[in-house]
Write a protein that binds this ligand. Sequence first.
Ligand SMILES: CC(C)(COP(=O)(O)OP(=O)(O)OC[C@H]1O[C@@H](n2cnc3c(N)ncnc32)[C@H](O)[C@@H]1OP(=O)(O)O)[C@@H](O)C(=O)NCCC(=O)NCCS
Length: 204
Amino acid sequence: MSAVDFIEQNLHPDGSQACIILNETAQDERAREALLDRAMGTSRRRKSSEKLRRGRLPSAGLAFVARGEDGTLLGTVRLWDIQTGHDAAGKPVRALLLGPLAVDPSVKGQGIGAALMHHATAEAARLGHGAIILVGDPEYYERFGFSGANTSGLAMPGPVERRRFLALELKQGHLDGAHGLLTPRGRRSSRAMRVLPVSLRFSM
Ligand SMILES: CC(C)(COP(=O)(O)OP(=O)(O)OC[C@H]1O[C@@H](n2cnc3c(N)ncnc32)[C@H](O)[C@@H]1OP(=O)(O)O)[C@@H](O)C(=O)NCCC(=O)NCCS
């Protein structure tokens, strides 16, 4: 199911507020960081995933924000280029790390997180990526196809609860035999961020 199909099938019955999903721009940084602090607390910066993101830019074309009709930033999700160890033949395996995903606490439960997830995974597949890894609650992420089936041989660069270490293959078999430590592979953050046009519009 495409992101557009998903959104069309999940319109909020009230249709009270319109929301758009856009590619993130450099101007979104302050509002994004404030939203992340509100949604996740400042301890978020000590997560193991942060070691794979620090000093890097998100994967090209794979950082998104959700905005309300008045332009307020309501949600954020970003994906990062990583190496997920090696395959059985010793070849490096490339993948994406997803996160953080966060929605402003004032608009939780209205489908914004799901819309961001569907859009992000659809765009990652469209851009030819093979798999997405994340650390998060399986009770939430299983609905998007994530599971622990392909992460048993992999390790985060820090503590991780195994049940929350999840993957989604965008190309079947992409993570077959993948084992070893996840390492950062993304563009260094000194480079300018790419700004891409509006991609989606939906109601919630
Ligand atoms: C998790 C989060 C992104 C979900 O966004 P959202 O827009 O509120 O979610 P949606 O509207 O798409 O989905 C809501 C559904 O997900 C469920 N849900 C939300 N977070 C969940 C979690 N951690 N575990 C299980 N279910 C969860 C809700 O109970 C609701 O279920 P329902 O559809 O049966 O009523 C948002 O709650 C958030 O920002 N949380 C704080 C940050 C965070 O935890 N990020 C994820 C890191 S693992």
